[in-house]
Ligand binder design. Structure first.
Ligand SMILES: Cc1ncc(COP(=O)(O)O)c(C=O)c1O
Length: 342
């Protein structure tokens, strides 16, 4: 049955998808650091069906496009992604019978690209940076524009500017706030498009929560005035400032090096048995830098964007770390400053 050429089935699929996304666990971290007078929680976004927070973003952008008529039968979705949004869109596009072209770059985790293909997405990999800027993201955008120009019915969702992401992640913050009786003193969030942080910011502002939002960025990312440098890890940081960044307004920005990111991931795995993606290691490190100075009673939330299985042959692989980051496994095992065992 269809309504005005727009199949009712799609609306039902979108509603079903909505029921599967979000309401992710918020778990206490008791072993990550030694202070017992502060409380630390982790929001585990890997529990979304596509394994990351980007399920929320993907669904919100598709819903908005479907509602405003920019997406319909005959549309082909085109998007640039570091991987997670690609997995999420591949899933929902498959359920909606919409062809999906995903532009990634050579830093994408191999299992992630394989997952996008397995879900029916067509993967286009860019391996040369944009000649003018030296930036891979700019090269991905150029490929998106080329695809949109030659595919009939192509729709570019543009996750870098699409405000549906803000609405989606206002929901992420609502879940956190409601679980903690609206008492969240500090939230650490990794940034790329800044959609997650911007959404959390919106909720915090609308509900006058007083939460300090800490943007966790990569050394080498140009977000919030950062200086460009080569980066190996996928998921967080950006080589081009996205339009959404104007909404983010972080209270603090912390930039974490790639090696500290790897150490943070491994620490989280050993101490809390949470195997998370690269950006979560950076979030852990950003928090640990502050931990000793926080007032007694502080309630902290670490937003962990994705799980670590797709990173087993990068972040968690000693050979990869030695080859790409030039650091030996033995150096990674140096005792941390807080004196706790790794
Ligand atoms: C693993 C991971 N962490 C952090 C982010 C940053 O999220 P946002 O794009 O909403 O800033 C992303 C985005 O792709 C991601 O995949």
């Amino acid at each position: 049955m269809s309504t005005g050429g727009r199949p009712a089935l799609v609306g039902a699929e979108l509603d079903e998808a909505e029921a599967l996304v979000g309401r992710t666990p918020l778990v206490p971290l008791r072993r990550l650091q030694s202070r017992t007078d502060i409380t630390v929680w982790a929001k585990l976004e890997s529990f979304n069906p596509g394994g990351s927070a980007k399920d929320r973003t993907a669904l919100a952008m598709l819903r908005r496009g479907w509602a405003d008529g920019s997406i319909g039968p005959g549309s082909t979705i085109v998007e640039s992604s570091s991987g997670n949004l690609g997995v999420a869109l591949a899933r929902w596009c498959s359920r909606l019978d919409l062809p999906f072209h995903c532009v990634v770059d050579s830093k994408v985790n191999r299992p992630t690209a394989a997952l996008i293909r397995t879900l029916g997405g067509i993967v286009h990999t860019v391996d040369r940076p944009d000649p003018a800027t030296g930036d891979l993201l700019a090269a991905r955008m150029a490929r998106v524009r080329e695809l949109v120009g030659r595919i009939d019915g192509a729709v570019w969702l543009n996750q870098y500017a699409n405000e549906a992401a803000i609405e989606a992640h206002s929901g992420t913050m609502r879940e956190i706030a409601e679980a903690l009786n609206h008492r969240v003193d500090r939230l650490y969030v990794a940034v790329s498009t800044t959609g997650t942080l911007s959404g959390c910011r919106r909720y915090v502002q609308q509900h006058a929560l007083g939460t300090r939002l800490i943007a966790v960025d990569a050394v080498g990312s140009v977000l919030f005035g950062g200086g460009r440098a080569d980066r190996q890890l996928s998921g967080f940081g950006a080589g081009t400032v996205p339009a959404l960044a104007a909404h983010a307004q972080p209270d603090d920005v912390v930039r974490i090096s790639e090696i500290d990111t790897v150490v943070g991931c491994r620490l989280l795995a050993r101490r809390e048995a949470i195997v998370a993606g690269a950006s979560s290691g950076a979030v852990v490190q950003a928090f640990l830098r502050d931990a000793a100075q926080l007032p007694s009673g502080t309630q902290v939330v670490l937003l962990l964007h994705d799980g670590g299985v797709p990173y087993l042959d990068t972040v968690y692989d000693d050979d990869w770390v030695r080859r790409r980051l030039g650091v030996d496994a033995a150096q990674l095992e140096q005792p941390p400053a807080d004196g706790l065992e790794r």
